[in-house]
Design a protein around this ligand. Structure first.
Ligand code: ATP
Ligand code: MG
Length: 280
């Protein structure tokens, strides 16, 4: 999975990352991919059960992509079947008036995972150096400083016990065109479209440039970026699931031992006052 990792300090040229690539699993087609995925999900369930029981690690998994890049689908397909008790998904929309009264990390910090939790960010603080920059919602001297704030913020999370994984789902403009057109045609998908999506598409190159800079400046050992080829949905899902699984395996989550005070207890006695009762 190293092929997808953005090396810290690297200059990122997204032209060099093929969105249609499917070579990480040679000889595997969609059907095989879905079988693989089922096995990975089973293992993710076990790993998550241990995370919840152990209440030691915190896990933050963040997705960014161009519009229709497949964030919702990736979240749905990788994490389905996990225990909702230990899982939350936060979709960051355009900031509310109250959020705009605060610094850009205020709303983000409030939603990071606690011990034993997995939190998924569908969009994130990266909007504040990408969308904000491209749509000119803040001047350069405001968003420019944010790269360093983001690196330090993610370092804080990591230092305090959070595993941070960041995925950029990489599609090309032709794939976006066909997905947006499908949304236009399909009444069950039309709600996902906004007139502003067309404005954003017209700024495709500016978004790509902003992403290239963000990925290059904020991929760190403590919070790495992965660029995932995402034109093929099954492949994107298997790659993300594999990277998440490998990262959780490295945490080696364990079920805690029996709490002190219960060791040596091998069975329970009957409840006094109930023994001998045969009817009510
Ligand atoms: P899809 O990719 O499926 O269309 P989505 O993530 O685009 O889903 P929407 O509700 O369509 O969901 O859009 C959310 C919008 O909020 C995006 O256009 C995004 O750029 C914008 N947004 C999120 N955070 C910020 C931010 N901090 N500043 C400005 N805009 C933001
Ligand atoms: Mg959208």
């Amino acid at each position: 999975m190293k092929a997808f990792l953005v090396s810290p300090g690297a200059r990122v040229d997204l032209d060099k990352w093929d969105p249609g690539d499917t070579s990480a699993f040679p000889g595997i087609n969609k059907e095989d991919g879905l079988v693989m995925l089922e096995a990975i999900r089973l293992r993710l369930r076990e790993l998550q059960a241990r995370l919840i029981a152990q209440r030691l690690h915190k896990v933050l998994i963040l997705f960014q992509a161009m519009d229709a890049g497949g964030k919702d689908g990736a979240v749905r397909h990788v994490f389905q079947g996990l225990d909702p008790h230990g899982l939350s998904v936060v979709a960051f929309k355009a900031p509310t008036a109250a959020e705009l009264e605060h610094d850009f990390l205020w709303r983000v910090h409030a939603r990071v995972p606690g011990r034993g939790e997995i939190t998924i960010f569908n969009r994130s603080h990266y909007e504040d150096v990408v969308a904000v920059r491209v749509r000119r919602l803040a001047p350069r001297d405001v968003w420019e400083k944010r790269f360093e704030h983001i690196v330090q913020f993610e370092r804080l999370l990591a230092d305090e016990g959070t595993l941070v994984l960041k995925f950029f789902l990489h599609i090309d403009a032709a794939e976006q065109k066909s997905r947006l057109e499908a949304r236009l045609r399909d009444p069950s998908k039309q709600w996902k479209l906004q007139p502003s999506d067309l404005d954003d598409r017209a700024k495709w190159n500016d978004f790509i440039k902003a992403y290239e800079e963000a990925l290059g400046r904020t991929s760190t050992a403590h919070a790495p970026w992965y660029v995932v080829p995402a034109n093929k949905k099954w492949y994107r899902t298997v790659v993300v699931a594999t990277i998440v699984r490998e990262a959780l395996e490295r945490l080696k989550p364990e079920y805690p031992a029996l709490p002190a005070g219960l060791t040596g207890v091998t069975g329970l006695t009957g409840v006094t006052g109930v023994t001998g009762v045969t009817g009510l």
